[in-house]
Design a protein around this ligand. Structure first.
Ligand code: BG6
Length: 523
């Protein structure tokens, strides 16, 4: 694409040659939206920079807004200057990349627009020598997902592929989140899109699966011999999963009012993390082998009986407070949020996975906005040593071993253990053994979207969620929503607890875990 010499990438040195996708045309529906600017185009630019895109490639933005190719390119250049991993963009590289960017105006629900898109794609592909492999990226409002897929089929832009077929040209569809808002809507959406596409053409994106540290759960567990033998209920006391953010709803109050943190973070991102951490070893690293094992975890989630729901699931909403020394408004004061909103911005829960491996091991999960610190991690708390030789005062210094897998930020893994305190006595002190990505590899990890877009072009579905996984996850989550809905329509419904922004959540969440004689980690 350009005369620039390939960039050195120490991680890849000595590796087998990268797989490079076939020449592809990518169409982005919802091209005038935020995701296109913040994530998708910057990801494509980075892939270009890393020489990971095919030599022939085109991206066509599609949205309702009228715009020329030039205006779209200018907008995307600004976006990449602001959001690309390496910024500002390299002018020479950008010039070559921009020649492959196009824009097509159209609506999501009218056949004529799709007819015009088809004509335009054929022209572009003829001119660029592209064979007609297509990736359609649905970054539209979720209410348009089914309509766009239907119109892709009706207009002949996609053809259903038989499950075992190896077509000469591929047509794949990436679908953004949220995939449904409950079990019913997710099932309907699956049924609707399956009328046009076979499952292997559908790539439901969950950007957490594109994160290096989330993928490392597979490597850490299954490329090392020493962890798997203790990764079960004989040695693990409990597991804590934390998805804490310092941000509020960031101008997305309208969306959040329909979602809440349980839909926004738990049903998808954190349950994907749980399923990778808890699954059995797959028989091979193939898409369905991995997803079959993840699905088993989601299916083994023990339903919480309605009578126990309040003791096992705590929700709350942030009130005004301060985060990192800055005063911030409460959720109800955010734009587009109802002043009487009952939507949760915090959730903490305890659940069990009914499998041989995890029988009796509680999983405690919490996710929230406006926490004092941004941290996503999974912490495996091991049982105490069976027979403690160190009594009395020393006994108090002994902590259970904790293996903490830090997904972000400060990506890494740490193991806490007790060590002898230097000195004449047999004193015990807790210490930490640490691995940090940054220090060990010294390279910046790729953005989640880079990996996922590339995998879709390569036809690798491993890091995309399958229809049955999404439905299994909704099955469990929807019961909680149903309970909350019944609760809030009952007379004398208790008010939603609050927590000041910048604190670790409501007292009820402390009680949830303290009732079992445990406490939340302060990561
Ligand atoms: C998105 C949610 O899917 O994930 C946001 O809609 C959330 O509310 C974001 O902030 C978190 O992603 P990350 O990669 O910043 O952890």
């Amino acid at each position: 694409m350009t005369a620039e010499a390939p960039l050195p990438n120490p991680l890849r040195e000595g590796l087998e040659q990268e797989r490079i996708p076939e020449p592809t045309t990518m169409v982005i529906f919802g091209a005038s939206g935020d995701l296109t600017k913040r994530k998708l185009l910057p990801a494509l630019y980075s892939l270009t920079r890393e020489r990971l895109l095919p030599a022939r490639f085109a991206v066509v933005g599609y949205a309702r807004k009228p715009m020329t190719d030039e205006a779209f390119r200018d907008e995307m250049r600004k976006a990449c200057d602001e959001f690309a991993r390496r910024r500002p963009v390299d002018p020479e590289l950008w010039a070559a990349f921009a020649r492959n960017i196009f824009y097509q105006e159209g609506s999501y629900d009218d056949a004529a627009s799709f007819g015009a898109l088809k004509k335009r794609l054929e022209e572009i592909e003829r001119a660029q020598g592209l064979p007609g492999n297509r990736v359609y990226y649905l970054s539209t409002p979720p209410s348009s997902f089914a309509t766009v897929v239907k119109n892709l089929g009706v207009s002949g832009l996609v053809e259903r592929e038989a499950p075992e077929a190896k077509p000469s040209r591929f047509a794949r569809v990436i679908i953004e989140k949220p995939f449904g808002v409950d079990l019913g809507t997710a099932r309907r959406l699956n049924a609707d899109i399956h009328e046009t596409l076979s499952e292997k053409q559908i790539y439901r994106i969950d950007h957490y699966l594109g994160k290096e540290t989330v993928q490392n759960l597979l490597v850490f567990r299954f490329a090392n011999g020493i962890f798997e033998p203790v990764w079960n209920n004989r040695y693990v006391d409990h597991v804590q999963i934390t998805g804490a953010e310092t941000v509020g709803v960031e101008g997305r109050g309208g969306y959040f009012e329909q979602a809440g943190i349980l839909r926004d973070m738990v049903q998808n991102h954190l349950f994907q993390v749980v399923s990778l951490a808890a699954m059995e070893p797959p028989v091979e690293l193939a898409p369905d082998a991995v997803r079959d094992e993840k699905l088993k975890v989601l299916k083994a989630l023990r339903p919480i009986p309605p009578a126990e729901m309040d003791a096992h699931v705590v929700r709350a909403q942030y009130a005004a407070g301060s985060v990192a020394g800055r005063k911030v408004p409460g959720y109800r004061e955010e734009p587009a949020v109802s002043p009487t909103s009952q939507i949760e911005t915090y959730v903490a829960m305890k659940f069990f996975i009914d499998s041989w491996r995890w029988a009796g091991v509680p999983f405690y999960l919490r996710s929230a906005k406006r926490m004092p610190k941004r941290v996503t991690e999974i912490a495996i708390h091991f049982k105490e040593a069976p027979n403690l030789l160190f009594g009395g005062r020393r006994r108090n210094a002994i902590r259970p071993n904790i293996l903490a897998i830090r997904i972000q930020p400060d990506e890494g893994i740490s193991l806490n253990f007790g060590s002898k305190l230097p000195g004449p006595a047999m004193e015990v002190a807790p210490v930490t053994m640490e691995f940090r990505y940054g220090a060990s590899f010294g390279v910046e990890p790729p953005e989640a979207y880079e990996r996922l877009i590339l995998d879709c072009m390569l036809g690798d579905e491993t890091l995309f969620t399958r229809a049955d996984e999404v439905e299994a996850s909704w099955t469990w989550i929807s019961r909680i929503h149903q309970h909350w809905a019944e609760q809030s329509s009952a007379p004398g419904a208790p008010p939603l607890p609050g927590y000041p922004a910048g604190t670790w959540g409501p007292e009820a969440a402390e009680q949830l875990i303290a009732a079992d004689g445990r406490r939340w980690r302060r990561p």
